[in-house]
Design a protein around this ligand. Structure first.
Ligand code: NAD
Length: 448
């Protein structure tokens, strides 16, 4: 049996992948490769990862084209973010291996970091290459071997990555790819007794299932799940900048970004002004063919995702939110949704509580700073967030009060070395940088 892959802009089948019968051979291959790979000197593992990084650089345009075709991100975003980030992540792991021993002395103990073993990496479709490399690079750097199951919606970039891994000369069995649906293939992997750590990125519901499956054999689990992040604009902020950057963050990748600031929190006295600014900024997001350089919003990744987003939009209207923008036209063919700005959103309503994963912004009024913090912290999620203020100290003080894994102050830029991950329904465990590397290690104390 095979699974068809669709181009979301044309609705055409552009490839297919096999539905894996059994994950046993892949897990066995990873187990067999584990000893020799983990025994390699760090500098040699670094050289392998550098070779893979160099191939990603050499094939960056090709990889961006595959990602655009399989999930619809505009080419410029695919090149800069979807391919640029994995290159940066691989480089960070090469640097880490060449720089730090990651060992520590505590009294008469030497604390060292061993690999955990065989890692199951299960990834979604929204940043297919980045989410794979964010697991693969630190896992391999730490001496683990990997079995990867990409999303059935966008698996083609993983197929190409597997070829590049081989071309880079990594030993056979170090990276193993299995394709198939979440259930049964992903579930078989998460529940496999030969897997020591499951690193999962995807929806909160599937994350719960995966954690339960891994618990059956006490595999370690790391979960990067959804979000409903708040962009808190304090009254003394540069409103125009805060709204422009906020819209850009919310709509990045057609809103299919787990860290998207989908709730804009504004002081009640500035609500209407901010709605006008948001509508003006959002109106500039041209919807269309993701291969056209003028396009800023490509299609959603699948028909199912488009339908899900549309149903949330209808729910917002039914629940009394005011649609300040939302009647933009979209191409007849393709899984498109025009950008939406909801004003006067009740923070307890469904569209303000649940992850929509589309280009939909909810603007919410707050009374004072405490109210803003209460609303920002008032969802089950806690992945990202943002605070804007004319006073960086004030913004930092509010950032400290947000219950979330990351916060950007006054548009602070994404840092690929900073720990990335969430709390609550956004999951647990961290990716990227030293923290992401440590996630794939087991500490051992040697008393001297
Ligand atoms: P999904 O949970 O449906 O699928 C993610 C992956 O898990 C896919 O490979 C899928 O096949 C697999 N899967 C699904 N059910 C499974 C099961 N029962 N057992 C094992 N594997 C299973 O999510 P999606 O629709 O592909 O991605 C969108 C979701 O992912 C959004 O909710 C988004 O917020 C979240 N996400 C989170 C992050 C993060 O870093 N926090 C990043 C990207 C996406």
């Amino acid at each position: 049996m095979s699974i068809d892959v669709y181009n979301p802009a044309t609705e055409e089948v552009i490839g297919s992948v096999p539905e894996t019968d059994s994950v046993d051979p892949a897990v066995a291959a990873a187990r067999a490769a584990l000893g020799p790979w983990s025994a390699l000197p760090r500098a040699e593992r670094a050289a392998h990862l550098a070779a893979l990084r160099d191939l990603l650089v050499a094939h960056a345009d090709e990889l961006a084209g595959i990602i655009t075709a399989e999930m619809g991100a505009p080419l410029a975003i695919a090149r800069k973010v979807q391919v640029g980030l994995p290159i940066a992540v691989l480089s960070s792991m090469v640097d880490l291996l060449n720089r730090d021993e990651c060992e520590e002395r505590i009294g008469n103990s030497l604390v060292v970091r061993d690999p955990v073993g065989v890692v199951a990496a299960i990834t979604p479709w929204n940043y297919p290459l980045h989410q794979t490399v964010a697991k693969l690079a630190p896992a391999l750097a730490a001496g683990n071997t990997v079995v990867h199951k990409p999303s059935e919606v966008a698996p083609l970039s993983a197929l190409r990555l597997a070829e590049l891994v081989r071309e880079a000369g990594l030993p056979s069995g170090v990276y193993n790819l299995v394709t198939g649906y979440g259930d049964p293939t992903g579930a078989a992997l998460a529940g496999h007794a030969g897997v020591d750590l499951v690193s999962f990125t995807g929806s909160t519901g599937a994350g719960r299932t995966v954690a339960a499956l891994a618990a059956s054999h006490l595999a370690r689990v790391s979960l990067e799940l959804g979000g409903k992040s708040a962009n808190v604009i304090l009254p003394d902020a540069d409103l125009a900048a805060a709204v422009k950057v906020g819209i850009g963050n919310c709509y990045l990748n057609s809103g299919q970004t787990c860290t998207a600031w989908t709730r804009l929190l504004v002081h009640e006295s500035q609500h209407d002004e901010v709605v006008d600014l948001a509508v003006a900024a959002a109106s500039k997001y041209t919807v269309g063919d993701p291969t056209d350089p003028a396009t800023r919003l490509g299609p959603l990744a699948s028909a199912a995702q488009r339908d899900r987003v549309r149903s949330y939009i209808a729910r917002g209207v039914a629940d009394g939110a005011r649609m300040a923008l939302g009647d933009g036209s979209v191409p007849d063919v393709g899984y498109y949704v025009a950008p939406v700005v909801f004003a006067d959103v009740d923070p307890a309503s469904v569209i303000a509580q649940e992850e929509i994963f589309g280009p939909v912004l909810s603007i919410i009024r707050y009374r004072d700073e405490d109210d803003a913090v209460r609303i920002a912290n008032g969802t089950p999620y806690g992945l990202a967030g943002s605070v804007w203020s004319g006073s960086p100290e004030r913004a930092l003080a509010v950032a400290r009060r947000l219950r979330t894994g990351q916060v950007d102050v006054n548009g602070g830029s994404f840092n690929p070395l900073a720990p990335f991950g969430g709390i609550g329904d956004s999951g647990y465990g961290r990716e990227l940088g030293v923290h992401g590397f440590e996630e794939f290690t087991s500490v051992k104390a040697i008393q001297l």
